[in-house]
Write a protein that binds this ligand. Structure first.
Ligand code: ASP
Length: 406
């Protein structure tokens, strides 16, 4: 099902590129109109959100059962863990290097009038809280609330125990879930057709909403995060894709572009998951077992862009308050940014909320968040696209190591 026939304007990646450009143009010259058509983007987003929970459950169970046994799942799980941890650590290192060189927080005014939203003050992010949230006390409740991590936990256990049921009943359950997944994927395929309209409407409204002045005031900080994300997305990840995945980054990026553009315009890794899975499997030809296991995990726990952003934001706030963080403190930032990115949900602004963890770890004032919140949406869009790109590169790399690229 690789798109290689028909006129160019029927190809989704071109339609998506045009939607991005048109969205930016219309958003800046027709703000009133752009605000009005924003609901079309919300509609697209709701359609995607509608299928996330059933998709995550079915694809993880299917991924595990098609891998066959717990040993193989363990091996891929370990590779996934190593890739995700290493790339996230690389991203944070790039962010820390940039923020130390550029020093965007020096001379930045502390937003005295800016109020810190309630959720930052009351947020509790200790490790035991994280573990408790991972295990659902009511899996239907977790599904109903759209809580992805507990659903992943349940799905992995369900899949693993399903592989131990080696009789007709086990086969029957697998077939039902396989068929269920197929239906969800067909629904995804229909929703994807709306991606250009959704992306256009979301971007136009976003451009109409966020004034340029704020971006200019926070320019150096904005540029530091942007440069870090750019380096990771355009240098580090493509190099990994070439060296470890043996794939051309350009061709691969073109195949998965609708997923990247959706990540950018929705600022939600979770909402992008249906598209990422569809493009990785059907357009880039990656094996279903790896895609169904590695991508849902990645969309939830692997957030290179978010981790990089946490590190840059924390150091910018330190510079803003005139606090100098020595090497051990910066290493602490590295580890807490890594954990915070794992704990961040794949939804808009989650990274900003998790910044509390990093600031608390190194004893920085939480009020610093109030200053940088102004440009968060645009940075959120960029870091989400980086998050999804890293998940997709990881899936290609792990597919190759599983010896089944096609
Ligand atoms: N919006 C990001 C995501 O969904 C998370 C974040 O806020 O950094 O990947």
């Amino acid at each position: 099902m690789v798109e290689n026939s028909g006129p160019w304007y029927l190809k989704l990646h071109w339609q998506v590129l045009i939607a991005l450009v048109l969205g930016a143009v219309v958003g800046s010259i027709l703000p009133g109109f752009s605000m009005k058509i924003g609901f079309l983007g919300d509609l697209f987003l709701r359609l995607l959100k509608m299928i996330i929970i059933p998709l995550i459950f079915a694809s993880l169970v299917n991924g595990i059962t098609s891998l066959g046994d717990a040993k193989k799942v363990g091996r891929i799980g370990l590779r996934t863990f190593v890739y995700y941890t290493l790339t996230t650590a690389l991203a944070i290192t790039v962010g820390l290097t940039m923020v130390n060189i550029i020093q965007p927080g020096v001379g930045l005014e502390i937003g005295v009038n800016a109020e810190l939203p309630e959720e930052f003050v009351t947020a509790s992010h200790s490790f035991d809280q994280f573990l408790l949230r991972l295990v659902p006390d009511n899996v239907i409740g977790a599904m109903a609330q759209g809580e992805v991590l507990p659903v992943i936990f349940f799905a992995i256990l369900f899949g693993l125990f399903l592989t131990t049921l080696n009789d007709g009943r086990g086969k029957a359950v697998q077939e039902v879930i396989d068929g269920f997944l197929e239906v969800i994927q067909r629904m995804t395929l229909a929703i994807i057709k709306l991606a250009p309209i959704g992306i256009f409407a979301l971007l136009a409204r976003e451009v109409a909403r966020s004034g340029l002045d704020i971006i200019v005031a926070l320019g150096p900080y904005f540029l530091t995060v942007g440069a870090g994300l750019g380096f990771h997305a355009f240098v580090t990840l493509p190099l990994l894709l070439i060296i470890l995945g043996r794939r051309s980054p350009l061709i691969y990026a073109r195949r998965v572009l609708p997923a990247l553009a959706t990540a950018f315009s929705t600022a939600s890794s979770s909402a992008t998951l249906p598209l990422s899975m569809q493009r990785a499997e059907h357009e880039a030809g990656l094996p279903k077992g790896v895609v169904s296991f590695v991508l849902p995990l990645g969309a939830t726990v692997n957030m290179d862009g978010t981790a990089l952003y946490e590190a840059v934001a924390a150091l910018t706030i330190a510079q803003m308050y005139g606090v100098s963080l020595d090497l051990p403190a910066q290493i602490l930032v590295l580890f807490t940014a890594l954990l915070a990115s794992v704990g961040a949900a794949g939804i808009p602004m989650a990274g900003l909320v998790m910044l509390v963890v990093v600031l608390q770890a190194v004893g920085l004032p939480l009020e610093g968040i109030a200053t940088i919140i102004a440009v968060d949406r645009v940075l959120d869009m960029a870091r989400t696209a980086t998050n999804v790109w890293s998940d997709l590169v990881g899936t290609a790399v792990i597919s190759r190591f599983e010896g089944s690229t096609s």
